[in-house]
Design a protein around this ligand. Structure first.
Ligand SMILES: *[C@@H]1O[C@H](CO)[C@@H](O)[C@H](O)[C@H]1NC(C)=O
Ligand SMILES: *[C@@H]1O[C@H](CO)[C@@H](O)[C@H](O)[C@H]1NC(C)=O
Ligand SMILES: *[C@@H]1O[C@H](CO)[C@@H](O)[C@H](O)[C@H]1NC(C)=O
Ligand SMILES: *[C@@H]1O[C@H](CO)[C@@H](O)[C@H](O)[C@H]1NC(C)=O
Ligand SMILES: *[C@@H]1O[C@H](CO)[C@@H](O)[C@H](O)[C@H]1NC(C)=O
Length: 370
């Protein structure tokens, strides 16, 4: 091709896409805490973080996030907002009614009968001048093409933002989500209650309408870390190795710079996989966003979420090839579904992150080697 001094439009488009892929800003929305260490380790700027209703109530999610920001001493430079307090259409009653029709779910999150808040807003310091959805829109408008959105809970906050500002999908550098499970029926039916819990796509099921709006918007890049994340779990061997690196559990407990590590290792004994040792879901998803090399294989698929209340698949994701995807009737999105991740790389990155002191990050001095 002849070289000209002015870039033709196609090259301009390509170069802006390349830039979007290299974007190193992220806005995070989640229904609880997650490993913030991966974006920090990858040199990302976290331009905002919101807690939202889902596995916990809004206030409990925000408290979990706030505590993890405090553990790293980064509350000063990572703004925290309140995201969605309730799904778009779903209510406690319709959630329970649907279970009566189509079978009970093992995990019901903040819709568990008798759920009571553990935290209050007085326990949390956050920016209450605007809701999460607006903070997200502003962050994307301020740096078009540069902000990745990471949503690891329900899609409600992102759906609210899209409704106010539909161009969000084109102007963000992409959407990366946790949730969107496929092929889990056999495992779920034969693996017992806990496996069934692992395979219920609760992030989408608690707000199917938001999930459909969000997963079918025209994102530059839509990456789905589905049930592959179920297989990445904390092991005793890994925790033993971490403890050996830092000179035993006492040295962690005495060191205020190791609070995140304290939370991770607990008393040093790793329970079997179960409610007290859940898969590394959200952490794997955000690590894969930051460190793309961790993704060993993926598939390009069309996606949509079932929004028919009168369906056993209400809130479940359906995938097709581009050729056979619905042409009308239901809007579909274009997604990259992660199908295999490099577990060793994940844990080795996690070790790298734990071996750094992030507590002076906000004052510009971090991270330091521990
Ligand atoms: C599985 O979950 C259902 C619904 O919550 C419950 O009725 C049943 O007792 C559970 N089974 C076991 C083995 O825990
Ligand atoms: C998905 O890709 C197809 C073909 O490239 C395109 O026609 C369609 O608009 C895309 N849909 C979205 C939601 O981006
Ligand atoms: C999801 O889980 C099922 C059941 O274990 C498995 O067969 C399938 O390969 C998994 N899919 C992905 C994308 O991880
Ligand atoms: C360590 O913590 C686990 C829960 O994470 C608990 O089941 C176990 O009993 C504790 N062990 C000791 C020795 O305290
Ligand atoms: C925590 O961060 C603040 C700046 O936000 C800094 O002034 C303080 O020294 C840090 N604390 C530690 C223990 O590094």
């Amino acid at each position: 091709m002849r070289v000209t001094s002015v870039l033709p439009p196609i090259l301009l488009a390509l170069s802006s896409y390349a830039q979007a892929k290299d974007a190193k800003k992220v806005y995070i929305d989640n229904d609880g805490d997650l490993q913030l260490l991966f974006p920090l380790l990858g040199g990302y700027e976290v331009v905002g973080y919101s807690g939202s209703f889902g596995s916990s109530s809004l206030v409990d999610s925000m408290y979990a996030i706030y505590s993890s920001l405090e553990d790293l001493n980064v509350t000063q430079c990572i703004p925290l907002y309140a995201g969605a307090e309730a799904p778009l259409l779903r209510t406690y009653n319709t959630f329970q009614d649907w279970e009566k029709l189509y079978g009970p779910l093992v995990w019901q999150g903040a819709y568990t009968p008798g759920y009571e808040d553990l935290a209050t807003f007085d326990d949390i310091k956050y920016d209450d001048t605007k809701p999460g959805a607006l903070a997200l829109i502003e962050a994307v408008k301020e740096s078009p093409g540069e902000v990745k959105i990471f949503a690891a809970g329900l899609m409600t906050t992102v759906a609210q933002a899209l409704s106010i500002y539909p161009k969000l999908a084109e102007e963000a550098a992409g959407l990366y989500i946790m949730g969107g499970y496929v092929d889990g029926q056999l495992a779920s039916a034969t693996g017992g209650n806990f496996t069934s819990d692992l395979f219920s796509d609760i992030n989408l099921m608690q707000d199917p309408e938001a999930a459909q709006m969000v997963l079918t918007a025209p994102w530059d890049e839509l990456m789905i870390a589905g049930n592959v994340t179920n297989y990445v779990v904390k092991t005793q061997a890994y925790v033993d190795e971490l403890l050996q690196n830092v000179g035993g559990i006492q040295s962690i407990n005495q060191n205020p710079k190791m609070k995140a590590l304290q939370t991770f290792v607990g008393n040093g004994t790793v329970p079997p996989v179960g409610e007290t040792n859940l898969p590394q879901w959200d952490s794997v998803a955000i690590a894969a966003m930051v460190f793309g090399d961790m993704i060993k294989s993926s598939a390009n698929v069309r996606v949509a979420v079932d929004t028919a209340f009168d369906s056993p698949f209400y809130g479940n994701m359906r995938i097709w090839s581009g050729d056979l995807a619905p042409r009308g009737g239901v809007r579909t999105g274009n997604a990259t579904l992660i199908t295999d991740v490099d577990e060793d790389m994940y844990f080795s990155l996690l070790t790298d992150a734990f071996m750094k002191d992030w507590t002076s990050y906000c004052s510009g001095g971090g991270p330091l080697e521990l």
